[in-house]
Design a protein around this ligand. Structure first.
Ligand code: FES
Length: 102
């Protein structure tokens, strides 16, 4: 059963920042864009590139390895060479705890 898991303090990820956490043997990239949090698996579906190391344009993250782009709000693959969406996770703030549903 998925459950909300605390991964950081919300204050640790201010607007414009991102972190990578390991939860249940998965690497998850969490982004704060203008005060809204987004979480996706930090593994590109093309060839396992570390997405959190890529450049973020609005809500589009560009994989640093071969340039595939993904929407961090949906996980949708937006460009080649990726053809499969990346997994996304619900994020919430409880008190000062940043939690993801996993
Ligand atoms: S590993 Fe991400 S585009 Fe190739």
């Amino acid at each position: 059963m998925p459950e909300y898991v605390t991964v950081a303090r919300a204050a640790d990820v201010p607007p414009g920042e991102r972190i990578v956490v390991e939860v249940k043997e998965r690497y998850i990239a969490i982004f704060n864009v203008g005060g809204t949090y987004y979480a996706i698996e930090d593994v590109c579906t093309h060839d396992d590139g570390p997405l959190a190391e890529g450049e973020l344009h609005g809500l589009e993250i560009e994989c640093p390895r071969h340039g595939a782009r993904f929407d961090i709000s949906t996980g949708k693959a937006l460009s080649m060479p990726a053809t499969q969406d990346v997994r996304r996770f619900e994020v919430r703030v409880e008190g000062d705890a940043l939690q993801i549903l996993i």
